[in-house]
Design a protein around this ligand. Structure first.
Ligand SMILES: [Zn+2]
Length: 303
């Protein structure tokens, strides 16, 4: 899993130039993410966080503060190897309900599963469960702590999963009931540019990991790496928090970004029984965007 795909205009400019160099028009975002592809594509399950809504084909495209990104990003997300994207973020309703709907429609079309926002009440209640090649069912639940002060789309209180422990545990319970062997919680939360988790994050991690319905918690939004740790350790099951950002244009700040890779080593019990699913504590693969003309998420040494 990795942090925010935060499509600033500087990244569109890069994608436009990359497309031009290949003798095409439009935008090609795949080169930007190509440094991460070996890690992402080889994962049994790769999850991105699509932080911002997508524009209609042809735009208009918008930068901060009310993002509307070129929809060509989805092709790159798919080509990089992501299986699922979480979409609950503080920018989720930057373009109102139309933006929520367009983003999910585009992800559907690319056959990328999603969690965190919804086009209908029924969809908001549906569990996102990804089945790995080995047949392991992994549920993904997601929520955001903020909508940047924007209102939820009128008459659609279900459009974005807002953060509450109860809400996330409800999603996790439904995922279990729908057959998930493992449930991951992806939460958009934290203090931007702080390398330390805040009190809200700590309290949430404790509350979520206390539930048998959640196996791992990870967080994004701060755009930097924050600590990860084991909380409510039980039966060797993983209980972690990780945070960070992935694609973003704050390259001048040289902020570190990350991807987390879990490795098939230690046993990961499920529901108290030996499951045959293995994982070691995982590790971080830091990466950062280059600057300025052609952005790339660099492949950094494997730690
Ligand atoms: Zn955010």
């Amino acid at each position: 899993m990795n942090g925010d795909l935060l499509w600033h205009n500087t990244l569109w400019f890069s994608a436009k130039e990359d497309a031009r160099r290949r003798g095409r028009g439009g935008y090609d975002f795949a080169p930007l993410l190509s440094g991460m592809k070996p890690v992402v594509a080889s994962a049994d399950l790769a999850i991105c966080h699509e932080e911002v809504p997508l524009a209609a084909a042809g735009g208009p495209y918008r930068n901060y503060p009310l993002f509307s990104a070129p929809p060509q990003v989805v092709k790159a997300v798919k080509a990089t190897g992501y299986d699922v994207c979480t979409t609950a973020s503080n920018h989720a309703v930057d373009q109102g309900f139309a933006g929520v709907r367009r983003t999910l429609d585009d992800l559907d079309q690319a056959k990328i599963a999603h969690a965190g926002t919804a086009r209908s009440n029924a969809e908001s209640q549906r569990s996102t469960i990804f089945t790995t090649r080995q047949g392991i069912k992994i549920g993904i639940v997601a929520a955001t702590f903020s909508l940047n002060g924007l209102p939820m789309p009128k008459g659609k209180p279900w459009a974005v999963h807002r953060l509450s422990t109860k809400e996330l545990l409800g999603q996790a319970r439904r995922a279990r009931e729908a057959g998930a062997d493992i449930v991951l919680a992806a939460v958009h939360i934290g203090t931007e540019y702080s390398t330390k988790e805040n009190a809200q994050q700590v309290a949430l991690a404790k509350a979520l990991t206390a539930s048998p319905d959640i196996d791992l918690v990870y967080m994004h939004h701060p755009h930097v790496v924050q600590p990860w740790t084991i909380v409510n350790k039980k039966l060797g099951a993983l209980r972690r928090r990780e945070h960070g950002g992935s694609a973003g244009s704050q390259s001048h700040l040289r902020r570190c970004n990350w991807a987390v890779h879990l490795h098939p080593r230690a046993e990961w019990p499920i529901h108290g029984q030996q499951s045959g699913i293995h994982s070691d504590p995982g590790h971080l693969l830091p990466a950062w965007p280059t600057s300025p003309a052609l952005s790339r998420i660099c492949e950094i040494e494997d730690r």
